[in-house]
Design a protein around this ligand. Structure first.
Ligand SMILES: [Zn+2]
Length: 481
């Protein structure tokens, strides 16, 4: 393999490139879904190929192909150079890569049980049983679905600076969802679209899917007759999974440096966190510490090296409430004059160019015990699990709907509430954060479906969170869909 990568780099350099890299990638995935106790879909897919990226005359060129042969590598390298030369005619400024040390290394996601080796029948049996547990809750349950996703990426990265890195990333997870219909209403409850982690089948075994299925069935039915969320300004306690979405949308995306520099404007794409705010803008209260941590165990954004061969790092994006860094790749870091990339260049496959992506964007734990936090809340609302979201293109004004909520009165959970929606403006909202639960309640959630780029790239990222409280937040009862 190393010989093939050398051929790619040498061809590109001899054609005039000042920098070249190649990624050889094989992705294997298995997706299984069941619905009402029957198999709905079993998808097993494999994607294999390579992509070559070059800089010529200060401009990027990229080309890729599925056939990994010396002839094809040479052809693709030459093509990438040709594309770069064409791009150079239209460039506004030269690409300046932030420096990175050459690396020779290997990384593999640690796991106990290879999820691809667990028999398909066993996986299907678990999901069907999960559906049945939901349906056992009664006739009001109209839809019971369960699903499992297993993913593996084997990749080699090599560049003209002398790096040669092989990696194997494995992640998986299982989810369950109940839809109940009755009393003139429709409600759903899931556990949970964010139950994905890097690791082996032990992740699915440890997740108690069947218990989650029972709970989702019971809660979907209870929600039908629950009170609609009242309109009020109140103390909001956000559960871990919903907080993962909150961080994803209001911290993860706006700290992507390519967006902040105006180079990436798709999918609600610019950012209010412009470079003039770096190091001084108050993003949140003193207790808010948000990190991009590609070294955190179990995260979907955990790896040895990013897709430019930059080592996994833990970088503060927000420290004690102040916005202090961006997610960056070598190009955007170079453009802003940062000393190095924060190691966030990721590509969704061999035929896509790496762009700035989230790794694991985590809220660091605070010092509160969850029960104490509830006890210390006189009047408030606890919300959990995302149902709908909307955020403007600068990532400032947002409105998020949740599946389930409880009123809190005098330090106790009271009534079950449905259709709770909360709204805010990012820095005001994080500025109102006055309590974060401790490590005991901290969990790594996964978002396997983050979209960005043109052509589109779907990426898997992580979010470690513990429940947290936000003061004086506007909530109201949303209408379903
Ligand atoms: Zn996203």
């Amino acid at each position: 393999m190393e010989e093939l990568t050398r051929k790619a780099v040498e061809t590109a350099l001899s054609e005039g490139a000042t920098y070249a890299d190649i990624r050889i990638i094989e992705i294997t995935r298995e997706n299984i879904t069941t619905r009402n106790g029957k198999v709905r879909n079993v998808g097993i897919g494999r994607s294999k190929g390579f992509g070559i990226r070059v800089i010529v005359d200060g401009a990027w060129g990229f080309s890729s192909h599925y056939e990994l042969t010396p002839t094809e590598i040479e052809k693709v390298a030459k093509e990438a150079v040709k594309i770069a030369k064409a791009s150079a005619k239209l460039k506004k400024k030269d690409v300046k890569l932030a420096p990175a040390k050459p690396v020779r290394d290997t990384y593999k996601t640690p796991y106990k049980k290879d999820p691809f080796k667990v028999p398909l029948e066993e996986k299907i049996k678990l999901l069907i049983e999960s559906d049945k547990r939901i349906m056992s809750k009664g006739d009001l349950i109209k839809v019971a679905t369960s699903g499992m996703r297993i993913y593996r990426e084997n990749k080699i990265f090599a560049n003209s600076e002398g790096s040669y890195i092989t990696q194997e990333i494995t992640w998986c997870g299982a989810t369950t969802r109940a839809v109940a219909v009755g009393y003139g209403d429709v409600q759903d409850r899931s556990y949970d679209g964010r139950n994905f982690n890097t690791g082996g089948y032990e992740i699915i075994e440890d997740a108690n899917l069947l218990e989650a299925a029972e709970k989702s069935g019971e809660e979907a039915i209870k929600l039908l007759q629950a009170k609609n969320c009242p309109s009020m300004v109140t103390d909001l306690i956000i559960g871990g999974s919903q907080l993962a979405l909150q961080i994803h949308e209001s911290c993860g995306h706006p700290t992507e440096l390519d967006r902040a520099l105006g180079a990436e404007a798709a999918y609600a794409g610019t950012s209010f966190l412009t470079p003039d705010k770096l190091g001084k803008f108050r993003y949140g209260s003193n207790i808010v510490n948000l990190v991009a941590d590609a070294t955190a165990p179990r995260g979907l954004g955990t790896f040895g090296y990013d897709d430019e061969g930059v080592p996994a790092q833990k970088v503060y994006l927000v420290k004690e409430g102040i916005f202090v860094n961006y997610l960056s790749d070598r190009t955007s870091a170079g453009e802003l004059g940062l000393p190095s990339s924060s190691g966030a260049a990721r590509a969704s496959g061999w035929n896509r160019i790496p762009i700035v992506r989230m790794t694991n964007i985590n809220l660091e734990p605070g010092d509160w015990d969850f029960d104490e936090l509830i006890q210390e809340t006189k009047k408030g609302l606890y919300v959990e699990t995302n149902r709908s979201w909307s955020i403007d293109d600068k990532r400032l004004n947002f409105q998020f709907g949740t599946q389930i909520a409880y009123l809190i009165e005098n330090g106790e959970f009271k009534e079950l509430i449905k259709n709770a929606v909360y709204t805010g403006i990012t820095p005001e909202f994080w500025g109102s954060c006055d309590a974060i639960c401790n490590e005991k309640y901290w969990k790594m959630w996964g978002t396997p479906n983050c979209g960005k780029g043109q052509p589109g790239q779907v990426m898997y990222v992580g979010h470690g969170t513990a429940p947290a409280r936000f003061k004086n937040i506007r909530v109201f009862g949303g209408v379903r869909r």
